[in-house]
Ligand binder design. Structure first.
Ligand SMILES: Cc1cc2nc3c(=O)[nH]c(=O)nc-3n(C[C@H](O)[C@H](O)[C@H](O)COP(=O)(O)O)c2cc1C
Length: 107
């Protein structure tokens, strides 16, 4: 059964918009090759990300995301099994914070 995780965190001050864009590109490629999909919102350094995909793969990715020193204060808000992933097969894309809230309450 696919797993969905939603978490919030705070991006470190030194991370630039260009670095964030590069991070998302790299994340999209990695996620796609591991059957993971999701969305990421960053607003005033506050981060919210939804990850969906095979449970072992999502768990392993989230463990690595938690170790990433480009953000801190990581709080897992949601962790549950889902019947099917809700996003398209895009790996990872940035969306507005409101889109994340809407998506977080779906499924
Ligand atoms: C806010 C945030 C979100 C991230 N999301 C992803 C992601 O969805 N997929 C991914 O492969 N890496 C993501 N990363 C990067 C990972 O934390 C990590 O750098 C990547 O898995 C490579 O880990 P490694 O250097 O230990 O191999 C994210 C990093 C941050 C700070």
């Amino acid at each position: 059964m696919p797993l969905r995780i939603v978490y919030v965190s705070t991006l470190e001050q030194h991370v630039t918009e260009a670095e964030l864009a590069a991070l998302v590109d790299k994340a999209a490629a990695f996620n796609t090759s591991h059957g993971i999909t999701g969305i990421l919102a960053v607003e005033d350094r506050r981060v919210c990300q939804i990850l969906e995909g095979p449970d072992a793969a999502v768990d392993a990715l989230f463990a690595s995301i938690k170790r990433d020193d480009r953000h801190s204060g990581i709080v897992e808000l949601v962790r549950h099994g889902i019947d099917a992933t809700t996003f398209d097969d895009w790996g990872m894309v940035r969306r507005g914070m409101l889109d994340i809230v809407v998506a977080a309450y779906a499924a």
